[in-house]
Design a protein around this ligand. Structure first.
Ligand SMILES: Cc1ncc(COP(=O)(O)O)c(C=O)c1O
Length: 389
């Protein structure tokens, strides 16, 4: 069995990569360790690169529709990983999930309509409704026993009059893997209030206990009949630049409306590399992913240990999925602007600003540990070195 070496990371600077090459634009300086945008510094797995190379051997990159091998690999992955037994006709290729969310808002809502989210959350969940003239209504999450959970009473109140809910399942930035019971309650509230649920499951495969992730449609009939789910191999296999995602809609009416919009807008054909890369990821990615998750968990353990020893007043929500740490800097007692400034210009680390995830992010920052352990520890060393200044 091949052993992958995740201590080895790719030199990404100079490749137009967002994380490394957009730092001047985003942070106002190039002199920092970038630990922000959510992709990883590891090489995209060799079997995916090989599939792309192999397709190039044909020497014609013309219009191409979804190959059977791609569809089969997706359906097998869904069956094995999420317990979803379905057919390709209930799925649709989409380039990106944020785009998919925008498509759903355009299909099922009008400008001025209300969109329900729970904050803090991945910033496009706030920005996409706002930029498309919709109004987001936020139900703040609660922290119980070191993990996020919903405030169901608040959610029930806020759902009133909303058309769509956007759910991060698992959750970014908390890394929370929602339980079946939590999701079933969300599904029940949304069905009763007439709120269509978008379940964004881009982080699903990065759950730390394999069977732990619960795909929204599997929790109840209410969930299945009233939802649109998005999946992608992009986070899991570090291939976000390939722009390959999948939308799954079990309900025939919702499907007809959404797929009608997608096809009507000529969004039916995917891109050739997305198909072959995704097929390779799902057909051959199990072992690579298993080893990746062990490595990432080691990073989380190392980060926890380092902070305990060097800077115990900073803590983070231990992620149940994915490679993002929601770090709590409230003990430093700094206004957010000063905290951000200190981390950029004194510590020289590029983290995501907590308040970009909603007002509940005051005093928090998000750190990406999808890199090698030495880089994780270097980032933490930099942060801890400025703690008491
Ligand atoms: C919850 C969530 N959804 C969507 C995305 C981005 O998806 P895409 O690049 O397919 O638009 C991210 C990336 O960080 C994410 O965390």
């Amino acid at each position: 069995m091949k052993k992958y070496n995740f201590n080895e990371i790719a030199l990404r600077k100079g490749t137009y990569c967002v994380k490394h090459d957009m730092t001047p634009e985003v942070f106002g300086t190039d002199d920092l360790l970038p630990m922000w945008v959510a992709d990883m510094d590891f090489k995209t797995p060799d079997f995916i690169l090989e599939a792309i190379r192999k397709r190039c051997e044909h020497e014609v990159l013309g219009y191409t529709f979804a190959p059977d091998g791609y569809k089969m690999a997706v359906l097998n992955w869904f069956r094995e990983r999420y317990g979803i037994e379905t057919r390709w006709s209930r799925m649709h290729f989409i380039p990106g999930i944020v785009q998919g969310i925008a498509f759903v808002l355009q299909t099922f809502t009008l400008p001025g309509d209300k969109v329900l989210i729970t904050t803090p959350v991945y910033p496009p969940f706030l920005n996409v409704p706002h930029r498309t003239g919709r109004v987001f209504v936020s139900s703040p999450l609660r922290t119980v026993d070191g993990r996020f959970t919903f405030d169901f009473e608040d959610l029930e109140r806020k759902a009133e009059g909303c058309k769509v809910m956007i759910l991060s399942n698992p959750h970014n930035p908390g890394g929370t893997v929602w339980t079946k019971e939590e999701l079933a309650r969300v599904a029940d509230i949304c069905l009763r209030k007439g709120v269509l649920v978008i379940s964004d499951e881009i982080h699903a495969d990065l759950s730390y206990r394999r069977s732990q992730h619960t795909s929204f449609t599997t929790v109840s009939e209410a969930a299945k009949s009233n939802s649109i789910t998005f999946f992608a191999p992009s986070k899991t296999f570090n291939m976000a630049g390939i722009a390959s995602s999948i939308c799954y809609v079990p309900d025939p009416e919702i499907r007809k409306t959404l797929f009608g919009f997608l096809d009507g807008n000529e969004l039916s054909l995917g891109n050739i590399f997305a198909y072959y890369a995704t097929e390779a990821a799902f057909a051959h990615g199990g072992e690579w992913l298993r080893q990746l998750l062990i490595y990432l968990q080691g990073n989380i353990d190392a980060a926890e240990q380092y902070l305990k020893e060097h800077c115990p007043e900073i803590t983070f929500m231990r992620p149940e999925a994915s490679f993002l740490l929601w770090m709590d800097f409230r003990a430093w007692n700094l206004p957010q602007k000063e905290l951000v400034h200190k981390l950029i210009y004194d510590a020289k680390v590029g983290l995501n600003n907590g308040t970009d995830f909603g007002p509940e992010g005051e005093g928090f920052m998000r750190m990406n540990i999808g890199t090698n352990r030495a880089t994780v520890l270097e980032g933490l060393r930099r942060i801890c070195s400025v703690r008491s200044k």
